[in-house]
Design a protein around this ligand. Sequence first.
Ligand SMILES: *Cc1c(COP(=O)(O)O)cnc(C)c1O
Length: 410
Amino acid sequence: MKPMGSIPADYRGENGELIIGGERVSKIIEAAGDTPLFVYDLSIIEARIDRLRAAMPAGLLIHYAMKANPFPPLLGVMAARVDGIDVASQGEMRLALDAGAAPSVISFAGPGKRDREIEAALAQGVTLNCESASEVDRALDIGGRIGIAPRLAIRINPDFELRGSGMRMGGRATAFGVDVAEVPDLALHIIAEGAEWRGFHIFSGSQALDPDALVEAQAATLALSARLSTEIGMAPPLVNLGGGFGIPYFPGEVPLDVERIGIALAQAFETHAHLLGDTEFAIELGRWLVGEAGVYLTRIIDRKRSHGETFLVTDGGLHHQLAASGNFGTVVRRNYPVAVANRFGAEAEEAVTVVGCLCTPLDRLGDQVGLPQASPDDVIAVFMAGAYGATASPSAFLGHGPAQEVLLGG
Ligand SMILES: *Cc1c(COP(=O)(O)O)cnc(C)c1O
């Protein structure tokens, strides 16, 4: 038997059946008509937002990085409850606007923005988080042509990185952001050209579980912002501090102490109040807000033995839940938490390997995990499926098609 991650404490069973969003899994599947299925529990997302607001300094803006989960009903909820939506393409921008987000709270990051994307963003009044000096110039040209003063923030490639981050984004040669040394001149250029300078966007990494690493990165971000504002001679209207808040996917990982981060951030604001007292601050989170609120449900089609191992073959797989298969930015494959949804809470009775229906040995959802006895027609629940699940998986691969998605609860 190999270890697996812990099921988030938000979930419970009733008469041996997993409940999601207040409903029994069998009912949810009946209503949807088929498996596989992503189920998102709104009450968990609301609890995360409430906890974060209580933990963070008053006035800190909370943005949702929608690439984590752009499912329209979920996005509609986020647009109503957070202070901004961060998008990374014109397609995402359109979804955010359709979900009811005001253009003034949308910011558009990402390298390789096309002219038509820049034009659409400017025409809507969306802020561009510019990734290079040449992108700033293209935005200024397009703004001049269509008669709109662009709203431009500078994404900075910071001269530090987020320790222990699952995906390091700063402190090195990168396609993301403008090197620190070039930032003051670029900000002055934006201001001189009559555009609306919106400040800085500094994203230093993702999936960190060490609160001290996040505290350090936020303090470094504030110090960098203060130093640059002195060089520019003007404080940034807004600093987007990035995010990087992780969730515990794997054995031995523990949930992030966000309260501790909030206390340290309030102190860092105090430290820099003389230079940044009028600056607004935001954090942008994807996975921490929605990751634990999603469960991927897949039905067992076949049970077989091979060379002494038991395999449960399901109707799902890595085409929906690539990250759980260990093929989305991980070096060593480890087990996400999984359970038999219709025997929830039962003791583990055997070690089984849960695989998907794709014709590749990469398609493993659980490797020799301890589960209660399960057979065809039973339902496997893969937890931690609310972020980078449906949206970050190759659903066209092998032609099985995408999974359904539903939002429940709240
Ligand atoms: C992906 C991304 C995020 C969200 O990261 P999470 O790990 O999901 O919180 C935030 N900001 C930027 C710029 C990103 O690219």
